[in-house]
Design a protein around this ligand. Sequence first.
Ligand code: GUN
Ligand code: FE
Length: 455
Amino acid sequence: MTEYTLIFKGTAFSSKSPSKVQILKDYLFFINADGMIEKTAAPEHADYQNLLTTYQHQEIFHQLADGQYFLPGFVDLHVHAPQWAQAGTALDIPLYDWLNTYTFPIESKFSDLEFAQEVYEDLVSTLLANGTTTSLYFATVHKEASLLLAKICAEKGQRGLVGKVVMDDPEQNPDYYRDANTQTALKDTEEFIVAVKELAKSTKQGVYPVVTPRFIPSCTDGALKGLGELAAKYDTHIQSHCSESDWEHGYVKERFKKNDAFALHDFGLLGDKSVMAHCNFLDDDDAQLFAETGTAIGHCPISNAYFANSVIPIARFHAKGVDIGLGSDISGGFSPSLFDNARQAVMSSRMLEDGVDTSIPAEKRGVPNSRITINEAFYLATAGGGESLSLPIGRLQENYTWDVQIIDTNIPSAKLPIFDHKEDLQDIFPKIMYLVRPENIREVWVQGNKVHARA
Ligand code: GUN
Ligand code: FE
């Protein structure tokens, strides 16, 4: 008989496809010693009763109470960890000014490891409490502080993919906050990659080094080329910002006479393990290149409402076969919650479709077929994030990790409006997606380890 380390019984929601959510009513989930879902059993399963009888009185058996549900843990594809210290501030100025006036000064403070520790511990705990089990992080230019973030993820049990940020161009970055030169930027990145790979060996959930040119404007050609080579040498993930705003998109066009996507591709920075944040200004050729290379979009709907000067046609890119997941973009986006970002993703898409020019008849306003549903937003936050990272995460099915959030709809201070005990699960799912607050997230598990429990 197979040895299981954990067995759970309860109702779960998991994406079957971008538009379809599968309801796994009263399922059994069998978790192995590696924290993977080894087997699932539906009540229709011939062995279900036998399995229940065998296991239900064992210590490893956990059954959800009434009103509790499993969701896959969320995958946040874009977090600036140091910016947690300024979340919510200064969102009323343009991106370029925001970076120079607020963001670079605060990021420069992470040379101080004590400060870094305080902010990073609080952030990782906050993300876990919000149901985010995997995060793709930008740290800062500092090698040591970036490694500290990876260690904190390792200790707290979050699956952290962490990048030491590269900004080496002395013409484009302030002297108080940049890599000393191209050579040290690449050397620090290589040492960082090796150190995180070593650290990963002591974790169950994995931590991963990520090659991270901040964005093209902050990097010299030499750094971009060297980073592409390092990513290939160590087979790492890659992240950057791509075609985010008028200003940034225009800057790259002027420098390379081509769009961001093609410039990044020339430096070896696109591929199956690449995630590019924002991507508001991708044209059809760029999107095609993303689809062909397996490059994913980290869609940051709250941040985009502030800095993008546009609304991203997310449905259009999805239809072209581009992998897409969701990002909070802390602190371009103010919320650490992917529930909040999923809600905004739906609302932004509706605004793009419905338009604003009231001089045009309603049926002719906006961009047709732009809307996405809450099911699709859930997909972006879970399975889409997993596919973007090429990791077996974001779905509650066999051979995926046991990364879950246990949602309690019955918390007295945050009770969801479910009045009918027999209410259709099809209707309970959107209530969860639209109304859950952090209080409703009772427990969070990553790779079979409990990493958060509500006090
Ligand atoms: N582009 C370069 N750096 C940043 C950043 O920190 N936030 C956002 N939103 N865009 C960027
Ligand atoms: Fe960003």
